[in-house]
Write a protein of this length. Structure first.
Length: 472
């Protein structure tokens, strides 16, 4: 880059960072500029890799002084392009090296970690201390907590514990002017004005850089049971979910749905995955019971649910995990539902939510309109029935060219989102807006809400240096 402004900025960044902190060669930058589904390929002036909050502060101050655009990035597992830089004059600010544990408070059930901490490592640390950090999703082995917070990640435990917003007590954030919001509050009660942390949770790095977080821990369950159950209709799934909540109440910690086609993909593309039931069914539910009392209590609750479901004729067949290995195998199937679609060719994605009572009608209508637009396309609706979040993915027809199929991405999005909106749903349940849904957001968001969002952005980031072109 020959631009004098950027050459000067690079020299200043080099003074702040160590020899591993600035990457500028195309080969070194490549992993940070490619989204894992290959939908987005970016470009940037460089990759900044600070290892302390102080270094982040210095980077942001340089960026503010020179009006340099920066794109905060965690584990690069986002699905809407929010973490990708698209301009050779922008810098990616990757937080992977901020990965320290700052505090573990077992009495207060909190853990304070830096933004680059991998989610699975937080889960493991909690487990080692006989605690639970419940945020769980397919990318947990590589995603980072800063990215989870910035996208307000959901996952498979929202039914019982809420999404990422519900798990954060406090944040440390570097603002666009380089000042630090020292908000690592571990209190569960603090009514001293605006709860500023919520501005940055789900903001996708457009308002500042999350550098550390105080998170909630929970008592570790004393007993867990996981079952995979077969159903012939979505109406039966809905009936079973309703009775499960009534009988198990807060012990029902997961209720995940997948269609038969998804199971076929799993068996086809992943070695060791087998059909869990003796016969095929149209729909499968992974249900989890977690008891704070004992393993026997969890078992009794699960058996009670299965007996009720079978007696009512809703459950056609089912199997309960018989060991920890078996339980992990069931969850492995669920977590690989996105990856198993990739070998089948092009996949048009939708991360949507509707009121839970509307799920059967929504899925049936969405399948119908998708197949009217592209005959022989293969809908794969799966996800979090318990919180109304369905990943309505559509695999290409077997006989269709992949690019021809993907060229209809926008048209397919529009018709599926139209169905979502008719059911008073959301076009983004947990993945965020990024660049993928930015234009759509302006059409569906309440105008007053959009106005407030833009005013907040202008107030905190008047030069628009933070994650330009994302969300708004």
């Amino acid at each position: 880059m020959t631009n004098k402004k950027y050459s000067s900025a690079i020299l200043l960044f080099e003074r702040v960072l160590d020899q591993n902190g600035l990457l500028t060669s195309p080969a070194d930058m490549a992993p940070y500029l490619r989204e894992w589904r290959d939908k987005y390929q970016g470009k940037a002036a460089g990759i900044l890799r600070p290892s302390t909050t102080k270094e982040v502060v210095e980077i942001v101050k340089i960026a503010a002084q020179h009006t340099i655009k920066i794109v905060p990035q965690g584990g690069n597992t986002g699905l809407v392009g929010g973490q990708i830089a698209f301009d050779e004059e922008h810098f990616v600010l990757n937080l992977a090296r901020l990965n320290r544990v700052r505090d573990v408070d077992l009495a207060g059930n909190t853990i304070t970690v830096e933004a680059g901490m991998i989610l699975q490592n937080i889960q493991n640390l909690a487990d080692e201390n006989d605690k639970l950090f419940p945020l769980s999703l397919g990318a947990e082995g590589s995603c980072q907590i800063g990215g989870n917070i910035s996208s307000n990640a959901g996952g498979t435990s929202v039914l019982a514990y809420g999404n990422c917003r519900d798990l954060v007590l406090g944040l440390e954030v570097v603002l666009p002017n380089g000042e630090v919001l020292n908000g690592l509050n571990r209190l569960k009660k603090d009514n001293t004005g605006y709860d500023l942390k919520n501005l940055f949770i789900g903001a996708e790095g457009t308002l500042g850089v999350v550098t550390a977080a105080a998170l909630k821990l929970f008592p570790k369950p004393r007993g867990q049971e996981v079952a995979i159950l077969g159903f012939s209709s979505l109406k039966d799934v809905a009936s079973f979910f309703n009775i499960s909540q009534s009988l198990a109440t807060t012990a029902l910690t997961a209720f995940e749905i997948m269609p038969r086609l998804a199971l076929d993909f799993l068996i086809k593309h992943f070695e060791g995955i087998k059909d869990p039931l003796e016969a095929p069914y149209d729909w499968y539910i992974l249900a989890e019971i977690s008891s704070g009392q004992s393993a026997d209590h969890a078992q009794d609750l699960m058996m009670g649910l299965l007996e009720e479901g079978m007696e009512q004729g809703w459950i056609k067949d089912g199997v309960i995990a018989q060991s920890e290995t078996h339980r992990k195998a069931f969850w492995h199937m669920r977590h690989e539902l996105s990856a198993c679609q990739k070998p089948e060719g092009g996949s048009i994605k939708h991360d949507v939510s509707v009121p839970i009572a509307c799920l059967p009608a929504f899925i049936e209508e969405a399948v119908k309109v998708a197949q009217e637009l592209i005959p022989e396309c293969r809908p794969v609706p799966f996800g979090h029935w318990g919180d109304g979040n369905i990943h309505f993915n559509i695999s290409q027809p077997i006989s269709m060219d992949k690019q021809v199929f993907l060229n209809q991405w926008e048209e397919m999005n529009n018709i599926i989102h139209d169905v979502v909106l008719r059911y008073d749903g959301s076009i983004s349940a947990e993945h965020g807006i990024g660049v993928m849904k930015r234009e759509k957001l302006s059409k569906v968001k309440d105008p007053t809400a959009l106005f407030l969002m833009r005013e907040i952005k202008k107030t905190l980031d008047p030069e628009a240096i933070m994650n330009p072109g994302k969300v708004l």
